[in-house]
Design a protein around this ligand. Structure first.
Ligand code: ATP
Ligand code: MG
Ligand code: MG
Ligand code: MG
Length: 439
Protein backbone atom coordinates (compact mmCIF):
# COMPACT_ATOMS: atom_id res chain seq x y z
CA UNK A 1 0.00 0.00 0.00
CA UNK A 2 1.33 3.40 -0.95
CA UNK A 3 0.79 5.93 1.79
CA UNK A 4 0.23 8.68 -0.82
CA UNK A 5 -2.91 6.82 -1.90
CA UNK A 6 -3.99 5.51 1.49
CA UNK A 7 -6.45 7.03 3.93
CA UNK A 8 -4.51 7.46 7.16
CA UNK A 9 -5.84 10.59 8.87
CA UNK A 10 -3.27 10.89 11.69
CA UNK A 11 -3.80 13.65 14.23
CA UNK A 12 -0.96 15.89 15.38
CA UNK A 13 -2.69 16.98 18.56
CA UNK A 14 -3.58 14.66 21.38
CA UNK A 15 -7.38 14.53 21.54
CA UNK A 16 -8.51 16.02 24.84
CA UNK A 17 -11.44 13.63 25.34
CA UNK A 18 -9.23 10.52 25.44
CA UNK A 19 -8.21 9.50 28.95
CA UNK A 20 -6.19 6.37 28.28
CA UNK A 21 -3.32 5.53 25.94
CA UNK A 22 -5.18 3.14 23.65
CA UNK A 23 -8.00 5.60 23.02
CA UNK A 24 -5.56 8.46 22.39
CA UNK A 25 -3.42 6.37 20.08
CA UNK A 26 -6.33 4.94 18.12
CA UNK A 27 -7.58 8.46 17.43
CA UNK A 28 -4.13 9.85 16.69
CA UNK A 29 -3.24 6.96 14.38
CA UNK A 30 -6.45 7.47 12.40
CA UNK A 31 -7.84 4.05 13.30
CA UNK A 32 -11.31 5.13 14.41
CA UNK A 33 -13.64 8.10 14.32
CA UNK A 34 -16.30 8.60 16.93
CA UNK A 35 -19.78 8.61 15.44
CA UNK A 36 -21.75 9.05 18.67
CA UNK A 37 -21.33 8.22 22.36
CA UNK A 38 -19.77 4.75 22.45
CA UNK A 39 -20.21 4.29 18.69
CA UNK A 40 -17.27 4.30 16.28
CA UNK A 41 -16.47 4.11 12.61
CA UNK A 42 -13.46 1.99 11.79
CA UNK A 43 -11.07 3.69 9.40
CA UNK A 44 -8.74 1.64 7.15
CA UNK A 45 -5.89 1.11 9.64
CA UNK A 46 -8.20 0.20 12.51
CA UNK A 47 -10.35 -1.96 10.28
CA UNK A 48 -7.29 -3.98 9.26
CA UNK A 49 -6.47 -4.77 12.89
CA UNK A 50 -10.09 -5.62 13.67
CA UNK A 51 -10.13 -8.05 10.72
CA UNK A 52 -6.85 -9.67 11.82
CA UNK A 53 -8.28 -10.29 15.26
CA UNK A 54 -11.48 -11.65 13.74
CA UNK A 55 -9.52 -14.00 11.54
CA UNK A 56 -7.54 -15.44 14.46
CA UNK A 57 -10.77 -15.94 16.40
CA UNK A 58 -12.41 -17.71 13.43
CA UNK A 59 -9.42 -19.96 12.87
CA UNK A 60 -9.14 -20.99 16.49
CA UNK A 61 -12.88 -21.55 16.86
CA UNK A 62 -12.95 -23.78 13.82
CA UNK A 63 -9.84 -25.61 14.97
CA UNK A 64 -11.82 -26.48 18.11
CA UNK A 65 -14.67 -27.84 15.96
CA UNK A 66 -17.09 -24.94 16.36
CA UNK A 67 -19.25 -23.86 13.42
CA UNK A 68 -19.57 -20.24 12.27
CA UNK A 69 -23.03 -18.79 11.66
CA UNK A 70 -24.28 -15.24 11.44
CA UNK A 71 -27.32 -14.09 13.35
CA UNK A 72 -28.87 -10.64 12.86
CA UNK A 73 -28.20 -7.66 15.10
CA UNK A 74 -31.94 -6.96 15.43
CA UNK A 75 -34.09 -9.35 17.37
CA UNK A 76 -37.77 -9.58 18.17
CA UNK A 77 -38.86 -9.24 21.78
CA UNK A 78 -40.88 -12.48 21.76
CA UNK A 79 -37.94 -14.79 22.25
CA UNK A 80 -36.73 -12.71 25.15
CA UNK A 81 -40.16 -12.86 26.75
CA UNK A 82 -39.95 -16.65 26.53
CA UNK A 83 -36.71 -16.74 28.48
CA UNK A 84 -37.91 -14.06 30.87
CA UNK A 85 -35.02 -11.75 30.06
CA UNK A 86 -36.97 -9.07 28.20
CA UNK A 87 -37.94 -7.47 31.47
CA UNK A 88 -34.93 -8.66 33.45
CA UNK A 89 -32.24 -7.20 31.18
CA UNK A 90 -32.90 -3.60 32.11
CA UNK A 91 -31.78 -0.32 30.54
CA UNK A 92 -28.64 -1.77 28.90
CA UNK A 93 -30.95 -3.21 26.25
CA UNK A 94 -31.74 -0.88 23.36
CA UNK A 95 -35.41 -1.35 22.64
CA UNK A 96 -36.86 -0.40 19.29
CA UNK A 97 -40.39 -0.43 17.88
CA UNK A 98 -41.02 -1.09 14.20
CA UNK A 99 -43.77 0.50 12.05
CA UNK A 100 -46.22 -2.26 13.04
CA UNK A 101 -45.64 -1.46 16.70
CA UNK A 102 -43.76 -4.67 17.28
CA UNK A 103 -41.18 -4.66 20.05
CA UNK A 104 -37.69 -5.26 18.78
CA UNK A 105 -34.25 -4.89 20.26
CA UNK A 106 -30.67 -4.54 19.14
CA UNK A 107 -29.06 -7.73 20.45
CA UNK A 108 -26.84 -7.37 23.50
CA UNK A 109 -26.14 -11.15 23.27
CA UNK A 110 -27.76 -14.12 21.50
CA UNK A 111 -28.65 -16.96 23.89
CA UNK A 112 -32.34 -16.79 23.02
CA UNK A 113 -31.89 -16.62 19.27
CA UNK A 114 -29.41 -19.48 19.11
CA UNK A 115 -31.64 -21.60 21.35
CA UNK A 116 -34.49 -20.95 18.94
CA UNK A 117 -32.34 -22.06 15.99
CA UNK A 118 -31.35 -25.15 17.89
CA UNK A 119 -34.87 -26.21 18.91
CA UNK A 120 -36.12 -25.72 15.35
CA UNK A 121 -33.57 -28.04 13.81
CA UNK A 122 -32.10 -30.48 16.29
CA UNK A 123 -34.25 -33.30 17.59
CA UNK A 124 -31.95 -36.14 18.62
CA UNK A 125 -29.06 -36.61 21.01
CA UNK A 126 -27.27 -38.15 18.02
CA UNK A 127 -26.77 -34.65 16.61
CA UNK A 128 -24.85 -33.59 19.72
CA UNK A 129 -22.39 -32.23 20.66
CA UNK A 130 -22.86 -29.00 18.73
CA UNK A 131 -21.23 -25.60 19.12
CA UNK A 132 -22.25 -22.65 16.97
CA UNK A 133 -20.70 -19.20 17.11
CA UNK A 134 -20.75 -15.90 15.29
CA UNK A 135 -18.86 -12.64 15.26
CA UNK A 136 -21.44 -9.90 15.22
CA UNK A 137 -22.04 -6.36 16.45
CA UNK A 138 -23.80 -6.00 19.77
CA UNK A 139 -25.40 -3.01 21.40
CA UNK A 140 -25.47 -2.38 25.12
CA UNK A 141 -26.58 1.00 26.33
CA UNK A 142 -23.73 1.28 28.85
CA UNK A 143 -24.22 3.87 31.60
CA UNK A 144 -20.76 5.23 30.99
CA UNK A 145 -19.34 4.44 27.57
CA UNK A 146 -15.68 5.39 27.74
CA UNK A 147 -12.11 4.60 26.82
CA UNK A 148 -12.96 4.46 23.12
CA UNK A 149 -13.65 0.96 21.81
CA UNK A 150 -12.88 -0.56 25.21
CA UNK A 151 -16.31 0.28 26.55
CA UNK A 152 -18.40 1.10 23.56
CA UNK A 153 -22.14 0.87 23.27
CA UNK A 154 -21.91 -0.78 19.87
CA UNK A 155 -19.11 -3.35 19.90
CA UNK A 156 -18.02 -6.46 18.06
CA UNK A 157 -18.17 -9.73 19.94
CA UNK A 158 -17.56 -13.34 19.18
CA UNK A 159 -20.23 -15.29 20.98
CA UNK A 160 -20.46 -19.05 20.85
CA UNK A 161 -22.97 -21.49 22.29
CA UNK A 162 -22.57 -25.16 23.06
CA UNK A 163 -25.38 -27.73 23.16
CA UNK A 164 -24.74 -31.01 24.93
CA UNK A 165 -26.70 -33.97 26.22
CA UNK A 166 -25.24 -34.07 29.71
CA UNK A 167 -23.60 -31.77 32.19
CA UNK A 168 -20.40 -33.74 31.79
CA UNK A 169 -20.41 -33.18 28.03
CA UNK A 170 -21.12 -29.47 28.53
CA UNK A 171 -18.22 -29.20 30.95
CA UNK A 172 -15.97 -30.65 28.28
CA UNK A 173 -17.24 -27.93 25.95
CA UNK A 174 -16.37 -25.41 28.67
CA UNK A 175 -12.83 -26.77 28.96
CA UNK A 176 -12.48 -26.86 25.19
CA UNK A 177 -13.40 -23.17 25.05
CA UNK A 178 -10.93 -22.33 27.77
CA UNK A 179 -8.15 -24.07 25.85
CA UNK A 180 -9.06 -22.47 22.55
CA UNK A 181 -9.22 -19.03 24.17
CA UNK A 182 -5.72 -19.47 25.62
CA UNK A 183 -4.46 -20.23 22.12
CA UNK A 184 -6.43 -17.37 20.60
CA UNK A 185 -5.05 -14.67 22.89
CA UNK A 186 -1.50 -15.99 22.70
CA UNK A 187 -1.61 -15.86 18.91
CA UNK A 188 -2.41 -12.18 19.25
CA UNK A 189 0.65 -11.71 21.43
CA UNK A 190 -1.48 -11.15 24.49
CA UNK A 191 -1.45 -12.71 27.92
CA UNK A 192 -5.06 -13.10 29.08
CA UNK A 193 -5.42 -14.85 32.42
CA UNK A 194 -8.49 -16.96 33.20
CA UNK A 195 -9.98 -15.88 36.51
CA UNK A 196 -12.96 -17.16 38.45
CA UNK A 197 -15.73 -14.64 38.01
CA UNK A 198 -19.36 -13.82 38.58
CA UNK A 199 -21.92 -14.73 35.94
CA UNK A 200 -24.05 -11.54 35.89
CA UNK A 201 -27.22 -11.44 33.73
CA UNK A 202 -26.14 -14.44 31.60
CA UNK A 203 -26.68 -16.67 34.66
CA UNK A 204 -25.06 -19.91 35.76
CA UNK A 205 -22.46 -21.13 38.23
CA UNK A 206 -19.34 -21.95 36.31
CA UNK A 207 -17.64 -19.04 34.70
CA UNK A 208 -14.19 -17.67 34.02
CA UNK A 209 -13.24 -14.29 32.70
CA UNK A 210 -10.05 -13.73 30.73
CA UNK A 211 -8.19 -10.67 31.89
CA UNK A 212 -5.31 -8.70 30.48
CA UNK A 213 -3.36 -7.04 33.25
CA UNK A 214 -3.26 -3.27 32.70
CA UNK A 215 -3.34 -0.27 35.01
CA UNK A 216 -6.24 1.21 33.05
CA UNK A 217 -8.36 -1.96 33.38
CA UNK A 218 -11.81 -1.54 34.88
CA UNK A 219 -11.72 -4.79 36.87
CA UNK A 220 -9.96 -5.30 40.16
CA UNK A 221 -8.19 -8.66 40.26
CA UNK A 222 -6.33 -10.76 42.81
CA UNK A 223 -3.94 -13.55 41.81
CA UNK A 224 -0.99 -15.74 42.59
CA UNK A 225 1.94 -14.29 40.62
CA UNK A 226 2.96 -17.79 39.46
CA UNK A 227 0.07 -17.68 37.04
CA UNK A 228 1.79 -15.06 34.91
CA UNK A 229 4.59 -17.56 34.11
CA UNK A 230 2.20 -19.96 32.38
CA UNK A 231 2.27 -20.15 28.58
CA UNK A 232 0.13 -22.25 26.32
CA UNK A 233 2.92 -22.29 23.73
CA UNK A 234 3.09 -24.66 20.78
CA UNK A 235 1.53 -27.71 22.40
CA UNK A 236 -0.58 -29.99 20.23
CA UNK A 237 -4.18 -30.23 21.34
CA UNK A 238 -6.80 -32.78 20.42
CA UNK A 239 -10.00 -30.94 21.25
CA UNK A 240 -11.93 -34.22 21.48
CA UNK A 241 -9.56 -35.50 24.14
CA UNK A 242 -11.38 -34.75 27.38
CA UNK A 243 -8.51 -35.62 29.66
CA UNK A 244 -6.14 -33.38 27.76
CA UNK A 245 -8.49 -30.38 27.80
CA UNK A 246 -9.20 -30.95 31.47
CA UNK A 247 -5.49 -31.05 32.25
CA UNK A 248 -4.94 -27.68 30.55
CA UNK A 249 -7.95 -26.30 32.40
CA UNK A 250 -6.51 -27.52 35.71
CA UNK A 251 -3.06 -26.14 34.92
CA UNK A 252 -4.39 -22.66 34.13
CA UNK A 253 -7.06 -22.40 36.82
CA UNK A 254 -5.68 -24.16 39.88
CA UNK A 255 -3.78 -21.16 41.22
CA UNK A 256 -5.64 -18.34 42.90
CA UNK A 257 -6.94 -15.82 40.35
CA UNK A 258 -10.21 -14.01 40.90
CA UNK A 259 -11.99 -10.80 40.07
CA UNK A 260 -13.23 -8.66 42.94
CA UNK A 261 -16.76 -10.11 42.61
CA UNK A 262 -15.61 -13.55 43.72
CA UNK A 263 -12.50 -12.56 45.66
CA UNK A 264 -12.14 -14.47 48.93
CA UNK A 265 -9.68 -13.00 51.47
CA UNK A 266 -9.36 -16.22 53.44
CA UNK A 267 -8.43 -18.28 50.39
CA UNK A 268 -6.14 -15.55 49.10
CA UNK A 269 -4.29 -15.58 52.43
CA UNK A 270 -3.23 -19.18 51.67
CA UNK A 271 -1.13 -17.93 48.74
CA UNK A 272 2.45 -17.28 49.95
CA UNK A 273 2.63 -13.56 50.70
CA UNK A 274 5.43 -12.84 48.22
CA UNK A 275 3.25 -14.15 45.39
CA UNK A 276 0.02 -12.34 46.28
CA UNK A 277 -0.85 -9.66 43.75
CA UNK A 278 -3.71 -7.25 43.41
CA UNK A 279 -3.94 -5.34 40.17
CA UNK A 280 -6.26 -4.02 37.47
CA UNK A 281 -7.36 -5.99 34.45
CA UNK A 282 -9.25 -5.63 31.18
CA UNK A 283 -11.90 -8.30 30.56
CA UNK A 284 -11.35 -9.58 27.03
CA UNK A 285 -13.51 -12.69 27.23
CA UNK A 286 -15.70 -14.86 29.37
CA UNK A 287 -16.92 -18.46 29.30
CA UNK A 288 -20.05 -19.78 31.02
CA UNK A 289 -21.68 -23.08 31.74
CA UNK A 290 -25.33 -22.48 32.61
CA UNK A 291 -26.92 -25.89 32.16
CA UNK A 292 -30.60 -25.81 31.25
CA UNK A 293 -31.29 -22.16 32.12
CA UNK A 294 -32.47 -21.39 28.56
CA UNK A 295 -33.25 -24.84 27.22
CA UNK A 296 -35.90 -25.52 29.85
CA UNK A 297 -38.05 -22.39 29.55
CA UNK A 298 -37.59 -22.34 25.77
CA UNK A 299 -38.23 -26.04 25.23
CA UNK A 300 -34.88 -26.87 23.65
CA UNK A 301 -34.97 -30.62 24.15
CA UNK A 302 -33.60 -33.58 22.25
CA UNK A 303 -34.69 -37.16 22.28
CA UNK A 304 -32.31 -39.00 24.59
CA UNK A 305 -30.96 -42.57 24.12
CA UNK A 306 -34.02 -43.92 25.98
CA UNK A 307 -36.43 -42.06 23.69
CA UNK A 308 -37.42 -39.49 26.32
CA UNK A 309 -37.01 -35.75 25.76
CA UNK A 310 -34.20 -34.07 27.71
CA UNK A 311 -33.41 -30.37 27.88
CA UNK A 312 -29.91 -29.75 26.54
CA UNK A 313 -27.04 -28.45 28.65
CA UNK A 314 -25.65 -25.22 27.36
CA UNK A 315 -22.92 -22.68 27.82
CA UNK A 316 -21.98 -19.44 26.14
CA UNK A 317 -18.57 -18.06 25.43
CA UNK A 318 -17.64 -14.52 24.44
CA UNK A 319 -14.59 -12.69 23.16
CA UNK A 320 -14.55 -8.90 22.99
CA UNK A 321 -13.21 -8.54 19.46
CA UNK A 322 -13.36 -4.74 19.21
CA UNK A 323 -12.30 -4.27 22.86
CA UNK A 324 -9.23 -6.37 22.07
CA UNK A 325 -7.93 -3.70 19.71
CA UNK A 326 -7.79 -1.30 22.67
CA UNK A 327 -6.49 -3.95 25.08
CA UNK A 328 -3.70 -4.87 22.68
CA UNK A 329 -2.60 -1.25 22.52
CA UNK A 330 -2.78 -0.84 26.30
CA UNK A 331 -0.40 -3.79 26.55
CA UNK A 332 1.82 -2.72 23.64
CA UNK A 333 2.77 0.93 23.37
CA UNK A 334 5.45 3.41 24.37
CA UNK A 335 5.68 7.19 24.44
CA UNK A 336 6.02 7.36 20.65
CA UNK A 337 3.02 5.27 19.78
CA UNK A 338 1.70 1.77 19.25
CA UNK A 339 3.97 -1.30 19.10
CA UNK A 340 1.94 -3.98 17.31
CA UNK A 341 2.56 -7.66 17.98
CA UNK A 342 3.23 -9.52 14.70
CA UNK A 343 -0.02 -11.51 14.85
CA UNK A 344 -2.36 -8.52 14.60
CA UNK A 345 -0.29 -5.75 13.04
CA UNK A 346 -2.10 -3.84 10.27
CA UNK A 347 1.02 -4.06 8.08
CA UNK A 348 4.25 -5.94 8.77
CA UNK A 349 6.69 -3.46 7.31
CA UNK A 350 6.81 0.31 6.96
CA UNK A 351 8.96 1.25 3.99
CA UNK A 352 10.30 4.80 4.20
CA UNK A 353 11.69 6.50 1.14
CA UNK A 354 13.95 9.31 2.39
CA UNK A 355 14.09 10.97 -1.01
CA UNK A 356 10.95 10.49 -3.03
CA UNK A 357 11.66 11.63 -6.58
CA UNK A 358 15.25 10.40 -6.54
CA UNK A 359 15.46 7.77 -9.30
CA UNK A 360 17.64 5.32 -7.35
CA UNK A 361 15.70 5.60 -4.11
CA UNK A 362 12.36 5.21 -5.90
CA UNK A 363 13.56 2.17 -7.84
CA UNK A 364 15.08 0.54 -4.76
CA UNK A 365 11.88 1.08 -2.78
CA UNK A 366 9.74 -0.34 -5.54
CA UNK A 367 11.92 -3.44 -5.74
CA UNK A 368 11.88 -3.97 -1.96
CA UNK A 369 8.12 -3.44 -1.94
CA UNK A 370 7.62 -6.05 -4.66
CA UNK A 371 9.93 -8.60 -3.05
CA UNK A 372 8.44 -8.33 0.43
CA UNK A 373 4.90 -8.35 -0.93
CA UNK A 374 5.67 -11.42 -3.03
CA UNK A 375 6.67 -13.36 0.08
CA UNK A 376 3.38 -12.54 1.76
CA UNK A 377 4.27 -9.54 3.89
CA UNK A 378 2.03 -6.50 3.99
CA UNK A 379 4.02 -3.35 3.33
CA UNK A 380 3.00 0.24 3.90
CA UNK A 381 5.20 2.34 1.62
CA UNK A 382 5.66 5.97 2.63
CA UNK A 383 6.25 7.46 -0.81
CA UNK A 384 5.08 10.94 0.16
CA UNK A 385 7.18 14.02 -0.38
CA UNK A 386 7.65 14.74 3.33
CA UNK A 387 10.50 15.36 5.75
CA UNK A 388 12.20 12.27 7.13
CA UNK A 389 11.31 13.28 10.69
CA UNK A 390 7.60 13.42 9.90
CA UNK A 391 7.74 10.05 8.15
CA UNK A 392 9.51 8.45 11.11
CA UNK A 393 7.03 9.95 13.57
CA UNK A 394 4.11 8.53 11.60
CA UNK A 395 5.71 5.09 11.47
CA UNK A 396 6.46 5.17 15.19
CA UNK A 397 2.89 6.23 15.91
CA UNK A 398 1.24 3.47 13.88
CA UNK A 399 3.68 0.94 15.30
CA UNK A 400 4.50 -1.54 12.51
CA UNK A 401 7.00 -4.17 13.72
CA UNK A 402 9.64 -3.31 11.06
CA UNK A 403 10.75 -0.15 9.36
CA UNK A 404 12.93 -0.24 6.27
CA UNK A 405 14.54 3.12 5.52
CA UNK A 406 15.87 3.75 2.05
CA UNK A 407 18.00 6.77 1.09
CA UNK A 408 20.48 7.72 -1.64
CA UNK A 409 23.42 7.75 0.78
CA UNK A 410 22.86 4.20 2.03
CA UNK A 411 22.16 2.93 -1.45
CA UNK A 412 25.62 4.19 -2.59
CA UNK A 413 27.07 1.77 -0.02
CA UNK A 414 24.63 -0.94 -1.04
CA UNK A 415 22.58 -0.85 2.16
CA UNK A 416 19.25 0.17 3.63
CA UNK A 417 18.37 0.45 7.29
CA UNK A 418 16.19 -2.10 9.10
CA UNK A 419 14.71 -0.98 12.42
CA UNK A 420 12.72 -2.94 14.95
CA UNK A 421 9.87 -0.89 16.40
CA UNK A 422 9.88 -2.89 19.63
CA UNK A 423 13.59 -2.70 20.48
CA UNK A 424 14.46 0.40 18.48
CA UNK A 425 17.58 -1.43 17.22
CA UNK A 426 18.72 -0.63 13.69
CA UNK A 427 21.02 -2.52 11.37
CA UNK A 428 22.35 -1.90 7.89
CA UNK A 429 21.40 -4.57 5.44
CA UNK A 430 21.66 -5.18 1.69
CA UNK A 431 18.22 -4.72 0.12
CA UNK A 432 18.32 -8.20 -1.37
CA UNK A 433 18.89 -9.72 2.07
CA UNK A 434 15.61 -8.30 3.42
CA UNK A 435 13.46 -11.19 2.27
CA UNK A 436 15.74 -13.70 4.00
CA UNK A 437 15.58 -11.66 7.15
CA UNK A 438 11.84 -10.87 7.25
CA UNK A 439 9.96 -13.50 5.27
P1 ATP B 1 -17.97 -5.77 31.20
O1 ATP B 1 -17.80 -6.44 32.54
O2 ATP B 1 -16.71 -5.15 30.71
O3 ATP B 1 -19.16 -4.88 31.15
P2 ATP B 1 -19.46 -8.02 30.35
O4 ATP B 1 -19.04 -8.99 31.40
O5 ATP B 1 -20.72 -7.30 30.53
O6 ATP B 1 -18.26 -6.95 30.13
P3 ATP B 1 -19.85 -10.22 28.50
O7 ATP B 1 -21.32 -10.34 28.49
O8 ATP B 1 -19.06 -11.21 29.26
O9 ATP B 1 -19.43 -8.72 28.91
O10 ATP B 1 -19.39 -10.17 26.96
C1 ATP B 1 -18.25 -10.84 26.41
C2 ATP B 1 -17.12 -9.88 26.10
O11 ATP B 1 -17.55 -8.77 25.32
C3 ATP B 1 -16.51 -9.25 27.33
O12 ATP B 1 -15.59 -10.13 27.95
C4 ATP B 1 -15.83 -8.01 26.75
O13 ATP B 1 -14.55 -8.34 26.27
C5 ATP B 1 -16.74 -7.64 25.60
N1 ATP B 1 -17.57 -6.48 25.97
C6 ATP B 1 -18.60 -6.44 26.84
N2 ATP B 1 -19.14 -5.22 26.93
C7 ATP B 1 -18.42 -4.44 26.08
C8 ATP B 1 -18.48 -3.07 25.71
N3 ATP B 1 -19.39 -2.27 26.24
N4 ATP B 1 -17.60 -2.60 24.80
C9 ATP B 1 -16.67 -3.41 24.26
N5 ATP B 1 -16.56 -4.73 24.56
C10 ATP B 1 -17.42 -5.24 25.45
MG1 MG C 1 -21.16 -5.34 30.96
MG1 MG D 1 -17.85 -8.43 33.12
MG1 MG E 1 -18.29 -10.80 31.11
Amino acid sequence: MRLSRYFLPVLKETPAEAQIASHRLMLRAGMIKQAGAGIYSWLPLGYRVLKKIERIVHEEQQRAGHHPVLMPTLQTAELWRESGRYDAYGPEMLRIRDRHDRDMLYGPTNEEMITDIFRSHVASYKDLPLTLYHIQWKFRDEVRPRFGVMRGREFLMKDGYNFDLTKEDALHAYNRHLVSYLRTYERMGLQAIPMRADSGPIGGDDTHEFLVLAETGESEVFYDSEITDLRFGEREIDYDDRAQCEAVMAEFTSRYARTDETHDEALFAEVPEARRRSARGIEVGQIFYFGTKYSEPMGATVQGPDGKPVPVHMGSHGIGVSRLVGALIEANHDDKGIVWPEGVTPFHVGLVNLKTGDGDADAACQKIYDQLTACGLEVLYDDRDERAGAKFATMDLIGLPWRVTVGPRGLKNGVVELTSRRTGDSEEIAPDALTDRLC
